[in-house]
Design a protein around this ligand. Sequence first.
Ligand SMILES: *Cc1c(COP(=O)(O)O)cnc(C)c1O
Length: 405
Amino acid sequence: MNYNGMNFDNYLKQYPDANGYFGKYGGSFVSDELQKAMNEITDAYFTICKSSKFIGELRKIRREFQGRPTPISYLERLSGTIGNVQLYVKREDLNHTGAHKLNHCMGEALLAKYMGKKKLIAETGAGQHGVALATAAAYFGLECDIYMGAVDIKKQAPNVARMKILGANVIEVTHGLATLKEAVDAAFDAYTKDYHNSIYCIGSVLGPHPFPMMVRDFQSVVGIEAREQFLSMTGELPDAIVACVGGGSNAMGFFSGFLNDPVEIYGVEPLGRGPKLGDHAASLKYGTEGIMHGFNSIMLKDENGEPAPVYSVASGLDYPSSGPEHAFLNEVGRVHYDVADDEETIDAFFKLSRLEGIIPAIESSHAVAYALKLAREMGKGSVLICLSGRGDKDMDYIIEKYGIR
Ligand SMILES: *Cc1c(COP(=O)(O)O)cnc(C)c1O
């Protein structure tokens, strides 16, 4: 199909190009040493991941370990509150470990196994990526080093405990502000020194090529399943689909199934407390082009051109950029990127819990909040939301900050 003059018939094969570019976004901006490691992963990915043995093993893992396919649920009572639009959710909250992240972590770890690597290395901020990766490492019997800022270790005690129970080494990073940025640097350093033996596992559609492509491909199972399921449930495609965008992995996997369909696609970024720099993490809406963490994309910068401090009520969304493919889909106008603020997000969190018996992650609640606004504007039709994860991890925070509404 054509959108704004661009043809999407063969999109997933055409993008990214051989150097990892989606238009002008993406690429690989790393040291020569690290580039060798990236080339090795790219080569391995293109051979191993196309083999029926690898694909067969990944499918078996998804079915027998992760519990896929995850269902789509029709939100009858919530739909009833907004008139004639029918709302549905793709239930990534029911994926093992409670979110979509395991989809790419199992893929990355299986690739590591096929490449003969012994160790998985990653950083984590809120700990969600660390827990998913530690789960994958335990499953495959691989070592797992998770770099985490000292400040985050204090804040995220339950996830630190989970990682340790799963057998991962949580390595405390104490320099600088001792948060995610420093953890990324420390993890990259460790990986550069040890890439013969280990593989770096990025937590979203971010970082140097081939990660944005690889993570999208591993997450595309969400979109493929959702499209088939929705068709068989209703006989047609949804009119619109909505997902939250932090780095953008759940959104990219979900969207990839519908890019060549007559479906309106919405990515929702966190507006947090408002549009002032520092109060949100809506990089596509307020950011500018720039290079960070090894790739070119749209990012929020401070006055020195460095990644700006960002805020969101959802710790999984507070990243100062988004994956390069989102920057591209925004530029060519195939996906609409918009925002939901903290207040409407928390409201949606309680609505979905009360009316449907599904407690969503605060990240996913951004997509629900936006879908409710969109549905009111549409007046009729159907909206399918990607419910990226469950809200159990957010209970303490919600009760402390908002009480029970
Ligand atoms: C990590 C996380 C996100 C944000 O990551 P993306 O790469 O943007 O998908 C969203 N939802 C949940 C539940 C998460 O854990």
